[in-house]
Design a protein around this ligand. Sequence first.
Ligand SMILES: [Mg+2]
Length: 404
Amino acid sequence: MQERVILHCDLNNFYASVELLDKPELADKPVAVCGSAEERHGIVLAKNMIAKKIGVKTAQTIWQAKQICPELVVLDAHYTLYQKYSEVVRNILYRYTDLVEPFGPDESWMDVSGSVPLFGSGEAIAYRIKEDIKAETGLTVSIGVSFNKIFAKLGSDYKKPDAITVFNRENFKEMLYPLPANSMIGVGRHTYNKLRRLGIYTIGDLADSDIRALRNAIGIIGERLWYYAMGLDMSPVVAQSDMPDVKSISRSTTTKYDLEDNTDVWKTFLLLSESITKQLLENDFLALRITVMLRDSTLMWETYSASLDTPVHLSLDIARQAMKVFYENYDWKCPLRSVGIAVSDFMRSDEPMQMSFYDAQDREESTKLEKEVMKIRERFGKQALQKATIIDFSEKINDYKSFL
Ligand SMILES: [Mg+2]
């Protein structure tokens, strides 16, 4: 079988680098991109190299970060802008293969095995990509080149910024086996603790372990990690076109009686949002755009949209944003018969900084929300929600007021 050529491209300090593109005066200062300072999102999402060296860490509060680095320049996050750059970069990658698998907004795997005759070795292709991205966006990238996805990802981490690392059959043991086991994807804090209890500290230790002992000690993940360490990962690069394509998620409901005031609408939005959140979580998405759909007794649907600066996935946030769009656009000249919410412009939630940000900030909020939604459910009953796809909009499916 022909050896695969896999690349992993990782944009360096993505959010901070995008922010600095049009602020060259900040290039030699420590900079952090933060959730908006006045809200509860006042937390570090990304930092530049200078801030990183001083000790600023992702998920610190702005206050903590400034204790460590008083001269830190704090910038607001602009997700719509990051998404735009993410797309531009992805289109550069598509020049070299259509086998591109995005992993968060700033990382992608590529299978360039079929492109070698056209563009040269994996390393040569990596070099071209790196220079294309730099010339066309001003951003730098680290690229790992190897014969499987796991080692390619280790390669993009190995040397950065603006660097290429090749792990081939000849050098991978020498270069990778001294690295700590938790530098490998799939080894989180819990797994690493378990491994260390077994005396396994490095990737080399993993490769030297007995696969059955690993499996007995930490389960199926142990077996998989052994394969990874041995360079036996065969998982394919999955092109985005082969992934399930969800472009928007929407829910709406039609009531037998009119919705007459903001409270009616808010309650309905909460119910719709809960169902949207469930599907967002299933797909591992955060949404950057919200659309509110309204229909009065004339049976004409009106839609209003807004782009969000902070991505949403929790139902209380979705309901709040929907309410904001609603306030800004509806004047209650007549009562409403149907309302709906759609979310779109998705980004993946598996980006580490995003996750830590939400874990830290939103746990309390989401618990409160669960309770609120449960209370509403008790009052209105489960039937208050229907999937938009199965609703015939001309029918009065839900007797909303009867639940009151
Ligand atoms: Mg990155």
